[in-house]
Design a binder for this molecule. Structure first.
Ligand code: GA4
Length: 328
């Protein structure tokens, strides 16, 4: 359980419109490629978000990693802190990023290269490191394959050739991708009138290309719609949820929408989510693809992933990070 010290300022949000995924959140069946391609493009344009079934990652692979993660988060704080503080990698507790954001969560943030930050892993898992690494490798192998498939479907749905324009960034051995496990303990002290929730992870967009999220069956994730309203995403531990990130918004010259999302704490159950963020190599220029411009001007100034990332780390979570890179 996380303790709240009097100096910690949590943010509360009003409960928002609850929906069922069938009426609002786009559902993509990866085993039906032809339908999947156009559904993905529509979902990325309208929401920047969709749910995926028949994704090829087995329930066993997902639950094995979930149980390893829970073993870690169940350790005494003093043990977990051996892998922290997160700067940005490692174990983090309530504090997010370097600019003073806080949330009702603890997490472990890893790069997916350098053997997942070897020293961090061994501080976190001790004698259990090799077991964790094997389970994580198996999970990452399945999720990477799914990510490539989705990225190729996106390119095909947009009629871009070759169809690996996006997935080649992930296949690059310099790909700057991340893996994050977030644990949101049950938070019994919600807002006073029972109509407010404590923020687990404050609203933000992901800077990368796409993010692939799998959680246990505790809800909490919310996404923002075009009109600025928020909807709750019903949890589903057998599916993945895909977010469009800022980099893909830029590469599609604003056609795909980088979705604002947040997580609210649950009063009764703990939530565990595992997220793979697909990032390009540091030297990669992030710019609209010529075939999507069709004589139009780029909405963005040119920048590399390194430049974008550097400017991100100095920002607050809720900032509009792409704002600095828009052409006026
Ligand atoms: C949001 C997406 C990923 O979780 C993350 C986050 C990163 C961090 O936790 O260190 C950031 C945030 C995220 C964007 C703005 C900065 C950096 C916290 C923060 C306040 C790992 C990422 O790549 O960007």
């Amino acid at each position: 359980m996380l303790s709240k010290s009097p100096t910690e300022q949590y943010t509360y949000v009003r409960n928002c419109k609850q929906t069922t995924f069938s009426s609002e959140i786009p559902l993509v069946d990866l085993s039906k490629p032809d339908i999947a391609k156009s559904l993905i493009v529509n979902a990325c344009e309208e929401y920047g978000f969709f749910k995926v079934i028949n994704h090829g990652v087995s329930m066993e692979t997902m639950t094995k990693l979930e149980s390893e993660a829970m073993n870690f988060f169940s350790l005494p704080l003093i043990e977990k802190e051996k892998a922290g503080p997160a700067n940005p990698f490692g174990y983090g507790n309530k504090s997010i990023g370097q600019s003073g954001d806080v949330g009702w969560l603890e997490y472990l943030l890893l790069t997916t290269n350098q053997e997942y930050n070897s020293p961090t892993l061994s501080s976190a898992f001790g004698q259990n490191t090799e077991k964790f690494r094997t389970v994580l490798d198996d999970y990452m192998c399945g999720v990477r394959k799914m990510a490539c498939e989705i990225l190729d479907f996106m390119a095909e749905g947009l009629n871009i050739e070759p169809n690996n324009v996006f997935s080649k960034l992930l296949m690059d051995k310099e790909s700057d991708s991340l893996f994050r496990m977030n644990h949101y303990p049950a938070c019994p002290e919600q807002g006073e009138d029972g109509d407010e929730n404590i923020i687990g992870f404050g609203e933000h967009t992901d800077p990368q290309i796409i993010s692939l999220l799998r959680s246990n069956n505790t809800s909490g994730l919310q996404i923002s719609l075009r009109d600025g309203s928020w909807i709750s995403v019903p949890s589903d531990h057998s599916s993945f949820f895909i977010n469009v990130g800022d980099s893909l918004q830029v590469m599609t010259n604003g056609r795909f929408r980088s979705v604002r999302h947040r997580v609210v704490a649950n009063g009764f159950k703990s939530r565990l989510s595992m997220i793979y963020f697909v990032g390009p190599p540091l030297s990669e220029k992030i710019a609209p693809l010529p075939s999507l411009m069709k004589g139009k001007e780029s909405l963005y100034k040119e920048f590399t992933w390194f430049e974008y990332k550097t400017s991100n780390y100095a920002s607050r979570l809720a900032d509009n990070r792409l704002g600095h890179f828009e052409r006026i």
